[in-house]
Design a protein around this ligand. Structure first.
Ligand SMILES: Cc1cc2nc3c(=O)[nH]c(=O)nc-3n(C[C@H](O)[C@H](O)[C@H](O)COP(=O)(O)OP(=O)(O)OC[C@H]3O[C@@H](n4cnc5c(N)ncnc54)[C@H](O)[C@@H]3O)c2cc1C
Length: 302
């Protein structure tokens, strides 16, 4: 269970006490504030706080005194211009603070994004919960035969059962030992900071993660991408929905220019120009490696 009834009651209490503010408010984000959105079997994402909205981006770009909005169309056009031309600092004026519960092996990928502020649940101070990520059957997949960094077909039948049994059994056994080691029942008991080293990477951790919109979009570009590992992608997908409601113009521009767009090398651009002139461009005469050629075809075919 991602959150307990007591935790839900705390969230409900926070949402039941609105306050007046002079600050910029995004109605779309207000609807999400504090709510926990489940991800994977025990994880969640929830917004703790945010700063700014679409018009804050325009206000910063224009370095204006007031609201900064000339008209809604103007704001959307400006945001699209900024995104298109990599004028990124106005997007840094918006911030998002999330509370995330995630498996440790996902946290290891996530923490590589250095341009955020993080505070993680302390397993030196506190005892970790008995919560382990066990993949759903459709995600219990074999190693991909075409991509060393990916998965292929889902395991089925006895093979799937065998793997699930190992995952569940190891998690239960290592947690039993964790409890046994830290127990001070008539013994000294091992320090929590040491006992945790025996726990597997599918145990859940939690953190507060604060990031500005520019770096958040960079994170989403990489982690909501189809090449990202499923277990981090589902978190990124959930965050995408929040961002779409928080800063709809910025998110739309991001979808258009970053998620849906593609960067072409000079060589690839040359191939496209030759194709437009009617030349038959092939893997042999494109002047690029086989892999680059394949990737260009993927971009052009959609
Ligand atoms: C599909 C995929 C596969 C990956 N595989 C591996 C892997 O096999 N092994 C592995 O180790 N990592 C891997 N990574 C992690 C990847 O190399 C990056 O570390 C991660 O995506 C964070 O990206 P970033 O550095 O751009 O983000 P951030 O750390 O948030 O940085 C954002 C931007 O800030 C700038 N910046 C931040 N810090 C510095 C700095 N110290 N010096 C200069 N510029 C800085 C850079 O412009 C950077 O792009 C993988 C990532 C993806 C998405």
């Amino acid at each position: 269970m991602p959150i307990t009834p007591e935790q839900q009651a705390e969230i409900d209490a926070q949402r039941a006490t609105p306050r007046q503010t002079l600050r910029a408010v995004s109605e779309g984000m207000e609807a999400h504030l504090y709510n926990a959105y489940p991800v994977l079997d025990h994880g969640f994402v929830r917004v703790i706080d945010y700063m700014g909205d679409d018009s804050a981006i325009c206000q910063a770009a224009r370095v204006s005194y007031g609201k900064g909005t000339k008209s809604v169309q103007n704001d959307e056009g400006l945001i699209r211009y900024l995104m298109r031309h990599w004028h990124s600092t106005p997007f840094e004026m918006c911030e998002l603070k999330l509370h995330v519960k995630l498996p440790v092996f996902v946290a290891r990928q996530w923490i590589r994004h250095r341009t955020a502020n993080v505070n993680e649940y302390s397993a030196r101070y506190s005892i970790l919960d008995r919560e382990f990520y066990i993949p759903q059957p459709d995600q219990l997949a074999a190693q991909s035969v075409i991509n060393n960094q990916g998965r292929g077909e889902a395991l089925t039948g006895a093979e799937a059962e065998r793997v699930l049994e190992i995952l569940k059994g190891d998690a239960a056994r290592s947690y039993d030992h964790y409890e046994e080691m830290i127990s001070d029942d008539g013994k000294q008991g091992l320090a929590r900071e040491l006992a945790r080293m025996n726990l597997p990477a599918n145990i859940y951790t939690q953190w507060y993660w604060k990031v500005d919109l520019h770096n958040l979009l960079h994170f989403l570009r990489l982690r909501a991408d189809s090449h990202a590992q499923y277990e981090i992608r589902v978190y990124a997908d959930e965050i995408c929905k929040l961002v779409a409601d928080w800063v709809p113009f910025a998110y739309k521009a991001f979808e258009d220019y970053r998620m849906g767009g593609a960067a072409l090398s000079a060589g690839a651009l040359d191939c496209v120009r030759r194709m437009l002139k009617g030349e038959e461009v092939t893997a042999e005469n494109c002047g690029m490696s086989a892999r680059e050629w394949r990737e260009l075809q993927e971009v052009l075919e959609g």
